[in-house]
Write a protein that binds this ligand. Structure first.
Ligand code: CA
Length: 233
């Protein structure tokens, strides 16, 4: 599954261009045109990377950036800031907004796409790794094998993808709708309860005997890989 990118940009033509090129690279792309809308959306749903324009209606990119850095869930969220020539990009750097990268408009789209890839690799090397580890759980993407404390675990293809998705983002809470999007794909229409069924099967397979449950049910929200599990196991 490709990383999820949110574009916050009020120039519609640029948003379309970026969306087209990023989707061609396999990313899942969302877009918002107003700063205040971006602020509320980012409180509900955290993507893997944000492309953030500086000058926006509603709320400036700099203010959004500050708010993201002030919240624990988004403190390390990769941010690429877009600035127009004449908007004194050097001054923006000096403001210490906490963006990871800055690009001055007009820019070349391939360059932006390359920087997105570089930033994502830096931010989460586990996304690229063949082997994912968490506590005593190991998942090998190439060999399609899972083990816990050295004991091989048999998983169906859906449970395997579900575990892979959770292992890529330990600790983060996902709603059933987000899991459906990420594991089954956004063009598939199945009931939210299907997620519960597969989480149940995954748990049963992983928690053979009395091993601690690595999956946390967050009431009213969804599921997460328990971050305490990764530390103590
Ligand atoms: Ca703008």
């Amino acid at each position: 599954m490709g990383a999820r990118i949110l574009i916050v940009e009020d120039e519609e033509a640029l948003t379309l261009l970026l969306r087209y090129n990023l989707e061609a690279e396999g990313y899942e792309v969302g877009a918002v045109a107003r700063g205040d809308d971006a602020d509320s959306r980012l409180k509900e749903d955290v993507p893997d990377l944000v492309i953030l324009d500086w000058m926006l209606p509603g709320l400036s990119g700099i203010e959004i950036c500050r708010r993201l850095r002030a919240r624990a869930e988004t403190r390390t969220l990769p941010i690429i800031m877009l600035t127009a020539r004449g908007e004194e990009s050097e001054r923006i750097r000096g403001l210490g907004t906490g963006a990871d990268d800055y690009i001055v408009k007009p820019f070349s789209v391939p360059e932006l796409v390359a920087r997105v890839g570089a930033l994502l690799r830096r931010a989460s090397p586990e996304r690229m790794a063949n082997q994912l580890n968490y506590g005593d759980i190991e998942l090998d993407r190439e060999k399609k094998r899972v083990s816990r404390a050295g004991r091989p675990i048999e998983l169906g293809p859906t449970e395997f993808r579900l575990l892979e998705f959770l292992l890529e983002r330990p600790g983060r809470v996902f709603s059933r709708a987000q899991l459906l999007d990420g594991v089954w794909g956004s063009d598939v229409y199945i009931d939210d309860r299907t997620v519960d069924v597969h989480v149940g099967r995954l748990r049963k397979a992983l928690n053979h005997g009395s091993a601690a449950d690595p999956i946390r049910t967050v009431r009213g929200s969804g599921y997460a890989l328990d971050d305490r599990f990764g530390r103590t196991a």
